[in-house]
Design a protein around this ligand. Structure first.
Ligand code: ADP
Ligand code: MG
Length: 390
């Protein structure tokens, strides 16, 4: 794969796929601009050389053209952060766009409208890829968070370029992943949580071959506890996966990977309960309650287990953190990882949201901008958007 520094941009149209898919509120205001900020170094590298930047991204899941999914707020935020004009094209391809691109001068930026307004994007339509590719002389992909999708702008377009490279964010994401999981300083401790074993089973299987310690929390832990015969009351768990969970525990034991499960949980009548949460030993979960967070004894146990780790990889909250009453376990996990001295790499949409909400992002070596793509790497898969750059 070529490095950004191997290409020259002066006077060239530089077509850049970024992931500027940021969350918006009802008023179409950006609620978290982290992905835009993380993309700036690549854009600045291009502009400082006098490149003419043509940016493309998707936003949300529109079905056809829908002003609610316009990239206009992103163009505005980019302009503020760069302190320069950022023009927004009315579409992503077509005569108007071609004209706007041809009028770009060195160091100027044009953002194409949402790629998913066009049906060719998700279908990886070769015709659509060819139209997009005509808009650039060189191609850069910085869209790590979309690299697990075989969409036109992610795989179809780069295949049409000889001069192409990974952007600085893309490289950073790949490098941290390699440091943490391909070549980790040992012991490697993996913390995994979130809602379902089923959505992360492949990741668990792959990680079970690499980790020295596996710490499990969230509703995911409920499935393991239930599989071991504990009564989970009305907790969220997957009874169908009991067999797989026990099989995995067996494999981990044979591999000498140490496994940590909650010893206590915070229970309450429902996800929206307020002021009713209380910790109980996992052996004493009342039939009419749900386990919604790891308990204080478990937080302490996990902190001790993390203490000796040289590398920590974390995906998935320890509880139903969206409700403040059940956020303590995730908060404690942030603190424990922060106090460990090794390399700490985190990824996952909800994990990232929880950490930013708690304002603890500065405590980690690296937080991935990706959810699905990060999980795909944890599963041991190579990403189509990265292969297309090679
Ligand atoms: P990520 O996006 O970081 O990969 P997931 O999507 O797998 O994480 O899981 C996050 C979701 O899991 C959150 O919505 C959270 O409320 C939920 N969750 C975690 N623990 C529990 C629990 N004990 N009971 C119910 N929901 C839980
Ligand atoms: Mg999620």
């Amino acid at each position: 794969m070529q490095d950004l520094r191997d290409l020259s941009f002066t006077g060239k149209r530089v077509l850049i796929r970024a992931d500027l898919n940021v969350p918006l509120n009802e008023q179409q205001e950006i609620t978290d601009d982290n992905r835009i900020k993380q993309f700036l170094p690549t854009l600045q590298a291009v502009l400082s050389q006098g490149g003419r930047a043509v940016l493309m991204s998707h936003l949300g899941e529109p079905s056809g053209v829908d002003p609610k999914f316009s990239l206009r707020p992103v163009a505005r935020r980019l302009a503020e952060l760069l302190n320069t004009d950022v023009a927004l094209a009315p579409e992503c391809v077509g005569p108007e766009v071609t004209k706007m691109v041809s009028e770009l001068r060195d160091g100027q930026v044009l953002l194409l409208e949402n790629l998913r307004f066009h049906p060719g994007e998700k279908k990886n339509d070769p015709e659509f890829s060819a139209q997009l590719a005509k808009l650039g002389d060189v191609f850069i992909s910085d869209a790590f968070a979309t690299a697990h999708r075989s969409h036109a702008s992610v795989v179809g377009v780069p295949r049409l370029f000889k001069a192409k490279a990974a952007g600085l964010l893309m490289q950073k994401e790949i490098n941290y992943y390699k440091q943490a999981l391909e070549n980790p300083k040992k012991p490697l401790c993996v913390v995994i949580g979130g809602s379902k074993v089923s959505s992360k089973l492949s990741a668990l299987v792959n990680l079970s071959t690499k980790a020295d310690k596996l710490i499990i929390g969230g509703a995911m832990a409920n499935t393991f506890l239930a599989a071991q015969g504990l009564q989970m009351g009305r907790s969220l768990y997957e009874p169908d996966l009991a067999g797989k969970a026990l099989e995995l525990l067996g494999t981990l034991a044979r591999r000498d990977c140490k496994v940590y499960l909650p010893v206590d949980v915070v229970v309450a009548p429902s996800l929206s309960s307020q002021g009713l949460g209380r910790p109980v030993p996992v052996q004493e979960i009342p039939a009419d309650t749900m386990a919604l967070d790891i308990g204080p004894a478990t937080s302490l146990l996990y902190r001790e287990a993390l203490h000796t780790a040289e590398t920590i990889v974390w995906n998935g909250p320890m509880g139903a953190y969206e409700n403040e009453d059940f956020a303590k376990g995730t908060h404690d996990m942030c603190e424990s990882i922060a106090n460990a001295h090794g390399l700490t790499v985190v990824g996952g949409g909800d994990t990232d949201a929880a950490i930013h909400h708690m304002q603890l992002a500065h405590k980690f070596s690296f937080i991935s901008t990706a959810g699905g793509a990060f999980l795909a790497l944890l599963e041991g898969n190579s990403l189509p958007g990265i292969r297309a750059l090679e």
